[in-house]
Design a protein around this ligand. Structure first.
Ligand SMILES: [Zn+2]
Length: 441
């Protein structure tokens, strides 16, 4: 079925165009046509036409790093340093996280995200104690909610972590390969390998993950230099920084999506830039856990492309890429005492097209034949007023309340309509979640 959308304004090729229309197909999941209203309408008279008066249609946002299960831990171990937070929130509650809990946690995370305009999400997922059952529970949740999922299936073998996280390199490769094969032709689910970090994954595990990623021609995701302890430990062990260590393992290339890089050195930035590696930047989480301020300008100047991530529900604790656009700009400004260091246009691109590019998802821009992933924003919402063609983008980044996000379409399918999630009974989900965590307290 073809649906035509007639918003008042549309974000096309880096500017707001008035009276443009877009036609999306829910069969192919792609944008069929886009252009001046009358011309497009004449080409597709039989499409079902939806008027969107007083709305602006923009590309959906791309969340390049999150952990869906951590939504179940929201509110726990707050105001603590990283290692205490990790023990008290993550490690302590891991035994309760069976496939049903993970399914509900993923439903909660994905529902909240899509209601706030996220159309593609990376779930960096590392609970592997039921073989593939946990992964399948998360995938099922994404499919039911209707969000586009990248399952970054984690390779983890550090013995200090809960047993539920750990696999051998052979198990991790075999299971990830099975999943990747199963979803190879599904545009809504992609499987990427994700060696956890230099402290969470042995050299053999990192080798296995990077080898599989190259085999699958997929990106690979890895936490790198989030906390000073990780850099110190690595230097003690090998005399190298985590990035230098990865260079020595031949694990740096343009398929690497590094997460955080809070403590990257100038030498690290040069190595990452030479390799055309990417960064999933998570500013709110970095602030919440007091990780530090990622040297974003240094990394970008070196050639590292940047996308934005919310990180987990117990380290952010929100789930909006618009929020991360704002936080990225604010944190970089105050960290450098330079208001010009990162602009609203730059963080907007990070949260949309850059994120999609690094994940190799054909979204993030509104163009014919690209994926029909977009958002309708209410231009009469008080948080956006006053606006003009010149100020609207800045207001979306710096001022907009999540309540202004009214419609979300993923793959041509209407998932959120006038602020209501069409695919989920949010009241029932809320009851199930509250029931679930009652047993943990
Ligand atoms: Zn993370």
């Amino acid at each position: 079925m073809l649906t035509g959308y007639q918003p008042q304004w549309m974000w096309v090729h880096g500017r707001f165009a008035e009276n443009f229309s877009l036609v999306a197909s829910d069969d192919t999941g792609r944008i069929v046509a886009l252009g001046p209203k009358d011309a497009v309408r004449a080409r597709y008279p039989r499409a079902t036409w939806e008027p969107w008066p007083n709305k602006v249609l923009v590309p959906g946002t791309v969340n390049t790093h999150s952990h869906s299960f951590q939504h179940l831990l929201r509110g726990l171990a707050v105001d603590q340093p990283f290692l205490i937070w990790r023990d008290q929130a993550l490690y302590r509650l891991t035994p309760y996280l069976n496939p049903n809990a993970l399914y509900l946690g993923a439903k909660l995370a994905f529902s909240e995200m899509i209601l706030q305009g996220i159309t593609t999400v990376v779930d960096f997922f590392y609970l592997h104690d039921h073989g593939l059952d946990n992964d399948l529970a998360v995938i099922q949740a994404a499919q039911e909610v209707g969000i586009r999922l990248i399952l970054a299936r984690t390779f983890y073998d550090w013995e200090g972590a809960p047993e539920a996280y750990r696999e051998t390199p052979e198990e991790a490769v075999n299971r990830t390969r099975i999943l990747a094969g199963r979803y190879r032709n599904n545009p809504m689910v992609h499987i990427h390998p994700a060696p956890h970090s230099v402290h969470g994954a042995s050299d053999a595990m990192i080798d296995a993950a990077v080898g599989l990623a190259r085999d699958l021609k997929a990106p690979y995701h890895m936490h790198i230099a989030e906390e000073p302890f990780e850099v110190d430990e690595q230097r003690k062990k090998t005399g190298l920084s985590p990035v230098e260590h990865l260079a020595q393992l031949n694990a740096l290339d343009s398929s690497l999506i590094a997460v955080h890089l809070t403590w990257a050195s100038p030498q690290d930035a040069a190595l990452l830039g030479q390799a055309s590696a990417r960064l999933a930047y998570c500013p709110s989480s970095n602030m919440f856990l007091a990780d530090g301020v990622t040297p974003l300008k240094m990394l970008r100047d070196a050639g590292v492309q940047v996308g934005l991530g919310t990180d987990g529900g117990c380290s952010n604790n929100r789930a909006s890429v618009y929020e991360e656009m704002r936080m990225a700009a604010l944190l970089q400004k105050v960290g450098s005492l330079d208001a010009t260091i990162l602009t609203h246009q730059e963080v907007w691109n990070m949260g949309t097209e850059n994120g999609a590019d690094m994940l190799r998802v054909d979204a993030g821009r509104l163009e014919e034949n690209r994926l029909a992933d977009f958002v309708g924003i209410d231009l009469t919402h008080v948080s956006l007023l006053p606006w003009s063609q010149e100020t609207l983008l800045a207001n979306i980044v710096y001022a907009m309340s999540p309540a202004a996000v009214r419609n979300v379409v993923v793959g041509g399918r209407k998932i959120v309509q006038e602020g209501q999630l069409e695919t989920e009974d949010v009241q029932a989900l809320s009851r199930n979640i509250q029931q679930l965590i009652r047993n943990w307290m």
